[in-house]
Write a protein that binds this ligand. Sequence first.
Ligand code: GLP
Length: 248
Amino acid sequence: MSAIVRKSPLPRYYQLKEIMREKITSGEWKPGDLIPSERELGEQYGISRMTARQAITELVNEGLFYREQGKGTFVSRHKITQQLINLTGFTEDMKARGQRPGSRVLSAQMVPADDALAERLRIKPGQLVFRLQRLRLADDEPLAIEISTLSFMGCERLLEEDLEQNSLYRLLENKYGLPLMEAEQEIEAGLMGPEDAQLLKVSTNSAALFIRRTTYTERDQPIEYAKSTYCGNKYIFFTHMKREQLMP
Ligand code: GLP
C-alpha cells in the first residue's frame, strides 16, 4: 500500500499507519529519522491533519515513533531486549546495544526514609537517604523514569555529583568503593500515569512496566532500592533458563 484508497472500508488513519509502518520495515525510514509533519503527511496523502495525527499518535503508542517537544516525531529503535541474568545498570545496557545512554536529573535530594523503604534498605525509619529521580534516554529517546534511593555512609556526597553525565553504578563502584554484588528485581505490568506519560512522550494509560530493584553490596547489605517505569512497548526482557533436575 503506498496511497490512501478512498473507497476502502479501512479507515484512512489506519491506511496511513500501514503505509508508515511499511516505510519502516522496508528501511526507507530508519531509526532516528524525522518523519514528515502532520501537515506534510496530510498534503501528501490528501487527508486531514487530524487523520494524520491519529495515525502518528497510534504509532507513538505502539513504540514505533517517539516525539520530541518542539522538534517533531522520529522513528524509534527496535525494541530493547534486556537480559535478566547479569546485574547491570542502564548505562551498561545501552552501551552493550550500541546506543548512547543519557539521563536528565529530575530531582536529587536527601529525604527521610519511610517505613517501607527503611525495611527494604534495612535502616531506621526517618534516616536520611539520597533520592534521585532521572529520566533515562537512549540516543535521546526517553525510555524510562527511575527513582533510586541510596543508603550508605556518606551517601549525601552524591548530591555533589554530576548524575547527568555519570553512571550511578560506575560512581558507586569506582569512586565510592562500593562493589555491587547482586540484586533482586520484580517486574509488574501496568498503565502509564499522566506525569510519567508526559515525560516519556507516550499517552496516559499506555502500557507500562514497573520494575523494582534492590541492589546489594558485599555482606548482603542493601544499598539501593530503585523503582522504574519503563515504556511497556519498548522492552522485551530476556532470560536464559537451565533445568536443574528431572521431575520425579
Ligand atoms: C538500572 C537499574 C537502576 C540503577 C540504574 C543505574 O536502570 N534499574 O536500579 O540505578 O540501572 O544506571 P546507571 O549506572 O546508568 O546510572
